[in-house]
Every structure is written in structure tokens, then in C-alpha cells.
Write a protein that binds this ligand. Structure first.
Ligand code: NAP
Length: 296
């Protein structure tokens, strides 16, 4: 059960900093992830603190920390098997953090790191999207999807996308040429096959979605690996990965935000005390972008 209650502030250990949290973003699916509740060796981690995206100010340094100074404004993705940022203070390994974008406030900044890093690693590191390729983003108005469209455009790809009907203009505004309402589509009508399909939908890939990948193309799934049976007989490179800490990539993304090339999208802001409501009501609101808890 998610409750708002007092918890001790944990001193930063070696290689960690204490972050005074200003804003923290949530992923609706995170409470269903095994790492949220169990450590790598299977131990029960409860009570846990959710939210794996933070924006705040470094308030204390652990031993051996040379990367940051007290007062630095930082943002970052916190490992899924660690306590998160839905708190006044969070203890975070320095590898998870970078200096935050300065052109936006903490709420926007918190909406970026996990979602944008996931989209970046999917398209740049794993699918290696090339200039001129065709990328389809399924779920393009969601937290990861909205960054996926913009990062694919940054790679100079041509982007098609699916989203809820009310969000079609929003996704076009991010740079997608063709955007279809996934609830009104008849099969894949209106979408040409793509070099790369980024599946950001929470759930398994369908055979019809797999048909969108051209022979020799790449499919990136985020929620779960594709079933081997579905892939059988298809010339498709299937990629599933879990986003990893990467300060250099967070720095690049911060620069893209500050240059205006990538715009954060905040779906909804809740107070920290209303964190439980954010998880319960957020998904029902179906608003584009990330849901953020404002802490300060
Ligand atoms: N592997 C990793 O490291 C990693 C990292 C981050 C996230 N994830 C996973 O990635 C997934 C997306 O995360 P998120 O934060 O972006 O979630 P999100 O904000 O809830 O976005 C999901 C989007 O998918 C849309 N959608 C639902 N059904 C669809 C369909 N049939 N076709 C097309 N779009 C559909 C939703 O639209 P509606 O508004 O209409 O529902 C929503 O916009 C989650 O499963 C999450 O657990 C994985």
C-alpha cells in the first residue's frame, strides 16, 4: 500500500550524494516492476520509496565524490532497485546524475531523465537509427514515446506514430509526419513499414505491430521482450533492454532541452502528499507526457 509518511533521511555513502528533491516524476508501471519490491538476490525491499526521476539540489556529498559540489542543480534517473525520489531527500549514486537543463524549472527537468534516457538508448544506442530512416513510435504521446519522436527527429529520421485521438496534434507538433489514432486504426492502414519500430506500449507486442517492421529492420520493446514464437520466420532484429545510468547521455539530453531541440512534456503535477493519487488517477487522465510530484 502506498502511504505518505515520515521516513529517515539516509546519509549518502561513498560515491553517493544527498539530493534535496524539488520534483520527482513517476512511471505508472513502476509499481509492477519486480525490482521495485525485491533486491537482485530476491530479498523483500519494502518499505520502498517510488519515483525514479529526480530534479533537485545536491545538499551533501558522500565520501570520494568529486563529480558534484553542494548546491549543484542536478537531475537523474535512479536505479529501479533503489529507493526513489518521492521524498524530501533522496540518496543517489553519482553515476545516476548530471547537471540539469537550466532553461526549464525543476518540474519539467524531473520529467526528462528516465523517459528521455530510455528513448535515447532505444534509438541511438540499440537501434542505431540513421539519418533518413523511417521510425515508427507506438505510444507516441506517453512519457517515453514523446521523447522517442523528438530523438528520432534529432537523428534526422522520418517519424510516423500512433497515439490516442486527442493527442494526434500534440504528436505532430513533436515532429511526426504521420500520426494515427491507435483506437481507430484498421490494422496497419495508413502506416508504411519502418526501419525501426519503437514499442512504448505497456504490454506485449502484437503480430500486427510486428508487421510494421520492414524485413531486416529493428524492433525495440520496453515493457517486455517479444515472444520467440512471434519472431519465428521473420527477419527482424528484436531488442529489449533496461535503461542504464549514463551521465554523458544525460548531459547531451540536457543540452538538447536547453537548445529547444527536445521539449519536456508534463502531463500533470501532484503534490508529494498526493503521490498515491498520482499513481491511481494519472493513468486515467490519459494526458501526454510525464506525471510529476512537486516536492518543493
Ligand atoms: N525497459 C526500460 O528500461 C523502460 C524504461 C522506462 C519505461 N519502460 C516501460 O515502457 C512503457 C512505457 O512507459 P511510459 O512511461 O512511456 O508509459 P506511458 O506514459 O503510460 O505511455 C504509454 C503510452 O502508450 C499508449 N498506448 C496504450 N495502448 C496503446 C496501443 N495499443 N497503441 C499505441 N499506443 C498505446 C498510451 O496512450 P493512452 O493515453 O491512450 O493510454 C500512452 O500514451 C511501460 O511499459 C514502462 O514500464 C521501460
Amino acid at each position: 500500500m502506498l502511504v505518505y509518511e515520515d521516513a529517515p533521511v539516509v546519509e549518502p555513502g561513498p560515491g553517493e550524494v544527498l539530493v534535496e528533491v524539488h520534483a520527482a516524476a513517476i512511471t505508472f508501471a513502476e509499481l509492477g516492476w519486480e525490482e521495485t519490491w525485491k533486491s537482485a538476490d530476491g530479498r523483500d525491499r519494502t518499505p520502498i520509496i517510488p519515483s525514479h526521476e529526480v530534479s533537485g539540489v545536491v545538499s551533501e556529498l558522500g565520501a570520494d565524490v568529486t563529480e558534484f559540489r553542494v548546491g549543484d542543480e542536478v537531475y537523474g534517473r535512479i536505479g529501479f532497485d533503489l529507493n526513489g525520489a518521492a521524498a524530501d531527500y533522496a540518496t543517489v549514486p553519482v553515476g545516476d546524475l548530471a547537471l540539469r537543463p537550466t532553461s526549464v524549472g525543476h518540474v519539467e527537468s524531473a520529467s526528462v531523465p528516465l523517459a528521455a534516457l530510455t528513448a535515447w538508448q532505444a534509438l541511438v544506442d540499440h537501434a542505431e537509427v540513421q539519418s533518413g530512416e523511417h521510425v515508427i513510435v507506438l505510444g507516441a504521446s506517453g512519457g517515453v514515446g514523446a521523447f522517442g519522436v523528438q530523438i528520432a527527429r534529432h537523428c534526422r529520421a522520418r517519424v510516423s506514430a500512433t497515439a490516442r485521438g486527442a493527442d494526434l496534434d500534440f504528436v505532430k507538433g513533436l515532429g511526426a509526419e504521420v500520426v494515427l489514432d491507435y483506437r481507430a486504426m484498421s490494422g496497419n492502414e495508413g502506416l508504411e513499414t519502418a526501419d525501426v519500430v519503437l514499442h512504448t506500449v505497456d504490454g506485449p507486442v502484437t503480430a500486427s505491430e510486428l508487421d510494421l517492421v520492414r524485413p531486416g529492420g529493428r524492433l525495440v520493446t520496453l515493457s517486455q521482450p517479444i515472444s520467440p514464437e512471434l519472431l519465428e520466420g521473420r527477419n527482424v532484429r528484436a531488442i529489449f533492454f533496461i535503461v542504464e545510468a549514463n551521465r554523458a547521455e544525460l548531459e547531451t539530453i540536457a543540452r538538447l532541452v536547453d537548445s529547444g531541440a527536445v521539449k519536456p512534456t508534463v502531463a500533470q503535477v501532484f503534490t508529494l502528499a498526493d503521490g498515491r493519487r498520482a499513481f491511481e488517477e494519472g493513468p486515467r487522465l490519459h494526458k501526454p507526457g510525464k506525471t510529476v510530484l512537486q516536492v518543493r
